[in-house]
Design a protein around this ligand. Structure first.
Ligand SMILES: [Fe+2]
Ligand SMILES: [Fe+2]
Length: 197
């Protein structure tokens, strides 16, 4: 597999060993990820309300919401295919810890969305790599799905960052630099579980 280059310069690479821990309970991992995709769709729609005066933002956010909803549906179908049920949403401590530090309204919402997408992208790549090195029977369609998700989430990270820069200019670049440190602190303190973060 080619080396991974995150769409944003994340400052705390996920340690070796994370993917194996996350894959310990694949039903929980997939279930949690389905909830994440649903929340990503809702977040894109909410942001589109706040950026309704920017035509490019409206179209981009509608496309992101559509893609996230598609990922949500396919996550649910994958659960069903395995005979697993969607577990109750246990919440996302990572996203919550980031939002707790937000003080700059729309700018922070856009940058947090970009960071969550970038981290998801890194971790999807790690899951792909774990499966490629240790292929489980029947994992080929999974790998294709993960690869598609990873590429999509990379595009979303760049899209959110570009919207932040378009709207807030140099302030967005300075604030992203600040957020990259906060994101690194948060991701390093969270316990590993069968979830993307
Ligand atoms: Fe997604
Ligand atoms: Fe995404």
């Amino acid at each position: 597999m080619a080396d991974f280059r995150p769409p944003l310069p994340l400052r705390a690479p996920t340690p070796e060993g994370w993917a194996a821990a996350a894959l310990e309970d694949p039903a929980a991992l997939l279930s949690d990820h389905a909830h994440c995709e649903k929340k990503a769709a809702l977040s894109a729609l909410n942001l589109s309300q706040s950026l309704a005066d920017m035509p490019r933002a409206s179209v981009l956010l509608a496309r992101i919401a559509e893609e996230e909803l598609n990922h949500f549906r396919r996550g649910l179908e994958a659960l069903q295919g395995f005979g697993w049920t969607l577990r109750p949403d246990g919440g996302n401590a990572y996203a919550k810890a980031l939002h707790q530090q937000a003080t700059k309204g729309l700018l922070d919402r856009l940058l947090i969305a970009a960071l969550i997408e970038a981290r998801s992208c890194e971790r999807l790549w790690l899951l792909e790599r774990a499966w490629t090195l240790n292929p489980a029977p029947g994992s080929a369609p999974w790998l294709a799905f993960l690869l598609e998700l990873e590429r999509c989430e990379a595009g979303h990270a760049l899209g959110y960052r570009s919207l932040a820069e378009e709207r807030f200019g140099a302030q967005a670049r300075a604030r992203l630099d600040w957020w990259l440190d906060r994101e690194a602190e948060v991701i390093l303190t969270l316990p590993w579980r069968s979830a993307v973060h």
